[in-house]
Design a protein around this ligand. Structure first.
Ligand code: NAP
Length: 237
């Protein structure tokens, strides 16, 4: 039987930090499966990568669709061994808590909290069996610090941080690394245009986050960096 290829699965790979992660891993000759809803953007990224594009496998997936995620996992795991999952897909709301309607609350919680829990559970089956693997969660400084107009986003990120801390303790015997990354403001399309115009120059670049995550992934060590906080040099916005 053909040996399955190892891959890194990055959710939310069509833009921002996810796109930078794809480029960083592909540049380093690591096979990366990137999923997102906008398949056209994923295909463009593959083209932009030139000859390194052979390391990038684009897949269309809405992470809030659990049935679709299960089917995608079955399809992927027939061909590849998922050695690392990066839970990166995320959305936010910059409204006051009093202005967030139930639809927004549900969407933000489903995307940033429930989806990464569900997808982690899927990949953990194989990781437990093999007694190895890494799950990297792109959280936010908002999981720990108060930012007004970020109530539901902060709740979802803080919820995932708490969940992953407990999960890490429960699966220590399986040799699976769980790494929580908490970035501050990063220059991506998650921010409204006026904010990018006003403060974009103070923000971190997605490529900087990607470089650090690649280093963590590539650490051939019995140590695990459990929590990493990254801030722009001049601090939070
Ligand atoms: N930028 C910051 O300042 C900052 C700071 C801390 C943490 N973060 C976190 O970093 C992560 C990436 O965000 P970003 O800043 O790079 O923003 P971004 O450019 O808007 O990227 C978000 C990504 O998530 C994907 N996504 C959103 N909803 C999805 C869904 N239902 N199913 C599948 N994919 C979905 C989007 O792809 P499609 O639309 O194509 O599906 C896109 O690829 C998020 O978790 C965010 O919370 C960002």
């Amino acid at each position: 039987m053909r040996k399955k290829n190892n891959i890194v699965w990055i959710t939310g790979a069509s833009s921002g930090i996810g796109k930078a992660l794809v480029a960083e891993f592909a540049k380093n000759n690591v096979y990366v499966l990137g999923s997102a809803r906008r398949l056209n953007l994923l295909n463009e990224i593959k083209k932009e990568l030139g000859k390194q594009g052979k390391y990038f496998i684009p897949h269309k997936l809405d992470v809030t669709d659990f049935t679709g995620s299960k089917a995608k996992y079955s399809e992927i795991s027939k061909h590849y061994r998922i050695e690392c999952l990066i839970n990166n897909a995320g959305i936010t709301s910059f409204s006051l808590a009093s202005k967030d309607n139930s639809n927004t609350v549900e969407k933000v919680v489903r995307t940033n909290l429930i989806a990464p829990i569900n997808i982690s559970q899927l990949v953990l089956k194989g990781m437990r069996r093999r007694k190895e693997g890494t799950i990297i969660n792109i959280l936010s400084v908002a999981a720990e610090k108060v930012f007004v107009r970020s109530s539901v986003y902060s709740a979802a990120k803080a919820g995932l941080l708490a969940y992953m801390k407990v999960l890490r303790e429960e699966i220590r015997e399986y040799n699976v690394k769980i790494v929580n990354v908490l970035p501050g403001a990063t220059k991506t399309g998650i921010w409204p245009r006026d904010m990018l115009k006003k403060s974009g120059d103070r923000m971190m670049l997605p490529g900087d986050i990607a470089k650090l995550i690649y280093l963590i992934y590539n650490m051939n060590s019995s140590a695990v960096p459990e929590e990493i906080v990254l801030r722009p040099i001049q601090g939070d916005l």
